[in-house]
Each structure stands twice: as C-alpha cells, then as structure tokens.
Design a protein around this ligand. Structure first.
Ligand code: CDP
Length: 213
C-alpha cells in the first residue's frame, strides 16, 4: 500500500452512525492525530448555555466561540442538551467560519490527520486522500444512542431518542451552509448491521483499498 507522507482521512456522517469510533480506530491504525470536530460545536453550545446566551441569536453564538479551548475535556460536552444546541448553532455561517481555520490547520499539520464531522470531506479537507461517509438506519442509530445514554446512567425512551435523531438529521442536512452531505468521492460505510469490530475492519479495508489506488 502506498501511504502519502501527510495522510489525511475525512470521516463524515449523521449522529450516532459510528463515525467517531471509526475515526478513532483509523487514527490508531495509521498512527495519526484525531479531531472530533463535533466537540468544537458542542463546546460553543456549552459556553453559550453556561453564559446564558440565546441560541436563537447568531451574534450570541459567535461570541460563544471565544475561549472554547478550556472546555475541550469538559464531561458536560456529551450531554444531550448540549448536542441539541450544538446542532442549532452549527447552522450559523458566522460560527462555522469562526471554527474553520483551526480545523483546516489540524487537517494540514505535518504528518497528516484524521478528522470526523459533517463537512470534513466537502469543506474542511476536500483534498483528503481517503473519505468515508459513515451511516446507519435511524432506528439503529437511536438504539445506539439509547445504549450510550444508559451506560452513562441516564434514562431515556427509544421513541424520544429516535425523534431527536430525526430532528438532528433534518437540521444538519438542510441548513444552507456546509450541510451534512456525502462528498462525491467518499466511500460509503453503512454500519446498520455491523458491530463495532466489523465496522472498524471494514473502514480500514476501504481506506487501504483507496490508498492502493
Ligand atoms: O455525535 P453527535 O452527532 O450527536 O454529535 P457531534 O458529532 O458531537 O456533533 C454535534 C452537532 O454539531 C451536530 O448535530 C452537528 O449539527 C454539528 N456539527 C457540524 O455541524 N459540523 C461538524 N463538522 C461537526 C458537528
């Protein structure tokens, strides 16, 4: 397999599709640093919530982009309420613009990188050597998200989680700026019937095949 010296891998997909798991495994396999870009949008949302800013205001959301570095490891980033607000504020062009450079810098670092999100293959790193679009049925994703919540000791109902996943899909796919979309040259990985290990094995196979040309 020919491996470019500055290998960049872009992983995109909807909520709870398994893109984070796949991206972390690819980073380990190829010895690359990994950025979960969703945490940047979540950090903006958390900052906004803590400061009491209005998520309906693009200006307030833009102000909340300042000083997010200190929130990088905050356990509250994974809260459902934070994810919901992240999905809203990520539609604002000013917020996307404010977070663009640090994502491009991460993708452009010497030695290469793996990034996962919604617009990595389309906007952040359109020249990535390998692009994966990871997806799964809404039902399968809702079950995974429910398991994740239960593991964290939270209670939720499958029907509510499914509604939330559908609402998130709708917002992410239909916003005007950098909507969730499969890049033309992205390889599709449907994880609906795959467990974690099978999804990771398939992702590695697809990337190696792409690098082999
Ligand atoms: O894992 P989950 O999909 O719940 O969330 P996430 O990947 O942490 O992202 C949270 C929200 O940020 C998503 O609903 C997207 O609306 C937004 N996001 C985005 O717009 N662009 C990215 N590159 C990453 C996340």
């Amino acid at each position: 397999m020919r491996r470019p010296p500055d290998l960049v891998i872009a992983v995109d997909g909807p909520a709870a599709s398994g893109k984070g798991t796949v991206a972390r495994a690819l980073a380990a396999r190829f010895g690359l640093p990994h950025l979960d870009t969703g945490t940047l949008y979540r950090a903006v949302a958390l900052n906004l919530l803590r400061w009491g800013g209005d998520p309906e205001s693009e200006f307030a959301a833009l102000r909340a982009c300042d000083g997010i570095a200190s929130l990088a490891d905050d356990p509250e980033l994974r809260a459902e309420a934070v994810g919901g607000v992240a999905s809203r504020i990520s539609a604002y062009p000013a917020v996307r613009e404010a977070l663009l450079e640090r994502q491009r810098d991460f993708a452009g670092q010497s030695g290469g990188a793996v990034l996962d999100g919604r617009d990595i293959g389309t906007v952040i790193a359109p020249a990535a050597h390998a692009k994966l679009f990871v997806t799964a049925s809404a039902d399968a994703r809702a079950e995974r998200r429910l398991n994740e919540l239960e593991h964290r000791g939270l209670t939720a109902h499958l029907a509510d989680v499914l509604l939330d996943i559908r609402a998130r899909d709708e917002r992410d796919s239909h916003r005007a700026t950098a909507p969730l979309a499969r890049a033309e040259d992205a390889l599709l990985l449907d994880t609906t019937t795959l467990d974690r290990d099978a999804a990771v094995a398939e992702a590695i196979r697809l990337v190696e095949q792409r690098l082999a040309g």
